[in-house]
Design a protein around this ligand. Structure first.
Ligand SMILES: NC(=O)c1ccc[n+]([C@@H]2O[C@H](COP(=O)([O-])OP(=O)(O)OC[C@H]3O[C@@H](n4cnc5c(N)ncnc54)[C@H](OP(=O)(O)O)[C@@H]3O)[C@@H](O)[C@H]2O)c1
Length: 320
């Protein structure tokens, strides 16, 4: 059986996720169904999801070993440059779908198998490393702002924990869409970099000069009270993650008195990914990239993400 290099997990470690990471060899992917194809991966990017997987969140022992990675851009068997939409129909999952690296092998390898319907054409104007940032974090941020948050009805947006992959995407997209963007970060250096993206950077919990129409929440327990307090009447608080804990203090009086909408969301659709790619080309938007790491140093890329000391996406170049 042909083998390929891959970053994968064959055990879990809740306290020290990096200890559960293996960089080594795995079999080349096989196709569960006839309408699947193999994509040669040119670039991928890491997400907090990969750290959850190493901790054993969302994966069970019988699914191991599992190649990590949700995001990929590469070349299909016909030679087309493609971006991989990472949500795959999955009869075995109660949601009816799963994200690459949950039930089906992930993208941090030389090749990944996906349904042909998951291939979205890569615009020539965008590089492989740029588009590899978009399918998970950027797509999530795009859907949070547009489909769920109805940002065109808002003048101001608050993004919590703005150093993260989803959050930097939300800041850059919010600014590009002409909104006043406020963003919190615990780190003074990150606040400076957020300000350079065109947002007003504040410390976590700080009172804003105005209430906002959309809040982008991925931090959870540590910031949710501030999200509620910062929301204008009728605002949408859109939640796609809870990095700091999923059981926040929730003042229900504020929810009904201010007629707030708290909306959960997960990833997006292939159509939204195509819209996002077109928007990036039309408005000359490029992802915020913390670092591009060659695949030969993929373990360093994981260590960087786990340190929390990132600003934007950590990208893996599979050609190096
Ligand atoms: N549902 C979906 O479709 C979807 C898709 C993508 C991601 N997610 C989820 O969204 C979350 C963020 O993902 P990501 O890939 O953007 O992660 P990430 O790049 O690791 O970012 C996490 C950010 O959260 C902030 N943060 C972490 N711990 C915090 C704490 N205790 N208090 C305050 N802020 C804290 C940090 O911001 P500062 O350092 O700037 O304060 C950090 O930069 C994860 O939970 C992930 O699972 C969900």
């Amino acid at each position: 059986m042909p083998i390929m290099r891959a970053a994968y997990t064959s055990s879990f470690n809740a306290e020290d996720p990096l200890a559960a990471l293996t960089v080594g060899e795995r079999p080349e992917p096989t196709h569960p169904e006839s309408d699947w194809v193999t994509v040669r991966v040119r670039a991928s990017s890491l997400n907090h999801h990969d750290l959850w997987s190493l901790r054993g969140v969302g994966l069970s022992a019988d699914q191991l070993p599992m190649i990590l990675g949700c995001d990929a851009a590469g070349v299909d068997p016909d030679g087309n440059e493609v971006v991989v939409f990472p949500v795959v129909p999955d009869r075995a999952d109660p949601r009816g779908m799963s994200i690459l690296s949950e039930h089906f092998q992930g993208t941090l390898a030389e090749s990944v198998a996906v349904p042909r319907a998951n291939l979205v054409p890569k615009p020539a104007e965008l590089s492989f490393t740029d588009v590899a940032c978009l399918p998970t974090a950027w797509l999530t941020a795009y859907r949070m702002l547009t489909t769920k948050g109805r940002v065109d009805e808002a003048e101001a947006v608050l993004v919590q924990g703005a150093g993260g992959g989803v959050a930097t995407a939300a800041v850059r997209l919010g600014v590009a869409l002409g909104k006043r963007v406020y963003a919190t970060s615990r780190d003074a250096g990150k606040r400076e970099r957020i300000a350079a993206l065109g947002a007003t950077a504040v410390e976590p919990g700080a009172r804003l000069p105005e209430r906002v129409g959309v809040v982008i929440e991925t931090v959870g327990a540590a910031t949710f009270e501030h999200s509620l307090k910062s929301a204008a009447a009728g605002a949408r608080i859109v939640v796609s993650g809870a990095t700091s804990g999923h059981e926040p203090v929730l003042n229900l009086r504020r929810v009904f008195a201010m007629q707030l909408e708290i909306l959960g969301t997960s990833m997006g659709t292939p159509e939204e990914l195509a819209e996002l790619l077109a928007l990036c080309v039309r408005r000359d938007i490029r992802p915020v990239v913390d670092e591009v790491v060659p695949f030969s140093r993929v373990a360093n890329a994981f260590a960087r993400l786990a340190s929390g000391d990132v600003f934007g996406k950590v990208v893996v170049d599979h050609t190096a």
